[in-house]
Design a protein around this ligand. Structure first.
Ligand code: M6R
Length: 632
């Protein structure tokens, strides 16, 4: 969602901020802005639209010249995307950028209005600037309410204005989630930030410092960073960086060094991040497996997920959102099939409010690329409060979910920039398969030799994914047949159904074609009424034990005029006239059916990608979507 950057150093601040915002574009946004100290005054430039609109505005109005400032990309929540609602927002002596939602903003607005403040935007964020000013200028310590005009001439509090105190007082009043970058007009060489629920990372360079919602924003300048925890405050000034707790007491922070470089966060010759990330899958699947496999078998004892613990688990919940939740469905099928433990996959936004029956004997697995998804974080807290063991399968080290869970498996997809998740999904399911093998072994259902065989097969999916990528022209051809479709369906059974859900999400989110995924046997219970001449039905038909059943379902829709695109193993035969286009996956006969989702999803991702491009859409930045969903 919104992206925050801040800079203090010797470089041209506006350039650094714009560069950082560009790196955060993947989060999704509809407007942008920066505020930079020019001498002792703050100059703000902001506009609705993409960064190119900002660049144009800076060219027309002149770039603010200075070395200290904050910037923002906004994903509208309160108030439409407009110049006025864009950040930064200023009120009194304070300028801020905000990511998150202030739930009690209406109440605070009423209070501040009574105190004589007025507002220009429809945002919840402007209230924060105002409240900061209220505490900063000492209005809370005066016995009278200031008038809007008289405020600056009003008698001052006896205490000197103190930014730290103002932030501490302000955050006490805020309900909801926030990451804030803050400038105080009286301190032209300081940037403050604080957070609760939304990330702030502090980049530590040589006599230059950064704040950002994500590391790529400053990776070009430094790899060293510290993570601001909830309720902490950071103050960056020329002499260094100070961290404070909620009481204003200085705290010492651990310094981390990013283990990936700017190259990994760039397109490297690919036209889009999404295509680059699809191509990275063979490598990141192997890398992730290497990190959890010892002597040819998955071993999670190092993170405390011992065989003894796995033996004691009565039920498993996989809780996640979107693509990560669909990865959870693959995990459910694998764990139930192999380890015979009941697994429920839950949408995090439902789980957190449904008063789930979950307790000490249960293992709750939180799956997330970003590790910052608000509903998944809340589900984690709920699971912990009920005494369940929690396991994070997360791609971002030190993220809230990774740090908050009892156990953490780090998926090693590297930075995923495209909004549509691809490589993160693949490593998530690779981990869940490995977990299923170990689960089955720990419970005495699977001998070690079989666990070894399946682990070797899992490694083999890396080559199978590469084979699919090598045949991407076929996916491109299918895309050319789909690009004018108004609606389409995905169907499949078992693992193929789980994949259909993901294939359909991928396609709809970046092509804007209405797509639905159904268990193949379920269509005739209602949805088949939507099938008419020419409607494409992508049938995922890789699971041999249910192939005959899936074929019957293909014939049902074919009889009603559907155009059938079958995604299947090479050599799969269908009766003449059933299939219009066959995408045969040339992945060899050896690969276990259960593991086929890894190469197959790659084909579905490529179909979605090429359809998006052929429809003239930027697949990296689909409309209305944000990469990291840090609000409910
Ligand atoms: O960061 P997370 O994995 O927790 O994000 C969950 C979803 O928002 C995410 O998977 C989303 O569905 C993807 N953009 C889909 O491609």
């Amino acid at each position: 969602m919104c992206g925050i950057v801040g800079y203090l150093g010797r470089r041209d601040c506006a350039d650094v901020l714009m560069d950082g915002l560009e790196k955060l574009e993947y989060r999704g946004y509809d407007s942008a802005g920066i505020a930079v100290f020019e001498g002792n005054s703050i100059r703000t430039v902001k506009t609705r639209g993409k960064l190119k609109c900002m660049a144009q505005k800076l060219a027309e109005d002149g770039k603010p010249e200075g070395f200290c400032g904050i910037g923002h990309t906004r994903w509208a929540t309160h108030g439409e995307p407009s110049d006025i609602n864009s950040h930064p927002h200023s009120n009194g002596r304070v300028t801020i950028v905000h990511n998150g939602i202030i739930e009690n903003y209406a109440e605070l607005k009423e209070f501040l209005t009574e105190k004589g403040y007025s507002f220009v935007s429809q945002t919840d964020s402007e209230i924060v600037a105002c409240l900061l000013d209220y505490y900063y200028t000492g209005h809370d310590r005066m016995s009278w309410g200031a008038s809007p005009e008289g405020r600056t001439d009003a008698p001052q509090s006896k205490l000197a204005p103190d930014p730290l105190r103002a932030i501490m007082e302000t955050v006490k009043e805020l309900h909801g989630s926030y990451a804030l970058g803050i400038l105080f007009k009286d301190f032209p060489d300081r940037v403050y930030a604080t957070r609760k629920g939304s990330p702030i990372i502090v980049g530590l360079g040589q006599e230059e410092y950064f704040i950002a919602s994500d590391i790529p924003a400053f990776l070009k300048y430094t790899k060293d960073y510290a993570l601001l925890d909830d309720d902490e405050i950071v103050c960056m000034e020329k002499s260094g960086v100070g961290f404070y707790d909620v009481h204003g007491i200085a705290v010492k922070k651990q310094i981390h060094t990013a283990d990936w470089d700017i190259e990994q966060a760039q397109k490297c010759g690919f036209p889009h991040y999404m295509l680059k990330e699809i191509h990275e899958q063979p490598e990141v699947v192997t890398k992730t497996l290497d990190s959890i496999v010892t002597d040819g078998v998955p071993d999670f004892s190092g993170i405390g997920l011992t065989d003894e613990l796995l033996r004691g688990v009565k039920r498993v919940f996989v809780v996640a959102c979107g693509t990560a939740m669909y990865a959870g469905i693959v995990g459910k099928y694998a764990v139930e099939k192999l380890a015979r433990v009941p697994v429920t996959t839950e949408i995090a936004s439902e789980f957190r409010y449904m008063d789930p029956i979950v307790g000490e004997d249960d293992l709750v697995i939180l799956v997330s690329q970003s590790g910052e998804t608000a509903d998944t974080i809340a589900s984690l807290e709920l699971a912990k409060s009920r005494g369940a063991r929690t396991l994070a399968v997360v791609n971002v080290k030190y993220s809230a979910i990774a740090r908050g869970s009892d156990m953490f498996i780090h998926t090693l997809a590297g930075p995923e920039i495209a909004v549509a998740s691809t490589k993160a999904y693949s490593v998530q399911i690779a981990v869940l398969y490995a977990l299923a093998f170990r689960f089955a072994y720990a419970r005495g259902i699977m001998p070690e030799s079989e666990m070894k065989r399946l682990t070797a097969q899992l490694y083999g999916t890396s080559k199978a994914i590469r084979d699919v990528i090598d045949n991407k022209d076929e996916c491109q051809f299918i895309a050319s047949q789909l690009m004018n479709a108004e609606k389409l369906f995905f169907i499949g059974r078992g693992f193929d159904y789980a994949l259909s859900l993901e294939g359909s999400l991928k396609l709809k989110e970046i092509t804007y074609i209405h797509s639905e995924a159904y268990a193949a046997g379920e269509l005739k219970h209602g949805t088949i009424s939507l099938i008419e001449r020419g409607v494409p039905v992508i049938t995922v038909a890789t699971q041999r034990h249910v192939l005959a059943k899936t074929v019957s379902n293909m014939e049902e829709v074919k009889a009603r005029g559907a155009t059938i695109i079958a995604v299947c193993r090479k050599g799969t035969e269908f009766a003449e006239g059933t299939v219009d286009i066959k995408l045969e996956l040339d992945i060899g006969d050896e690969l276990d059916d259960m593991l086929i989702p890894l190469p197959t999803v790659c084909a579905l991702q490529l179909i979605a990608y090429y359809t998006s491009v052929q429809r003239g859409i930027d697949p990296d930045k689909p409309r209305n979507l944000a990469k990291s969903v840090t609000t409910e």
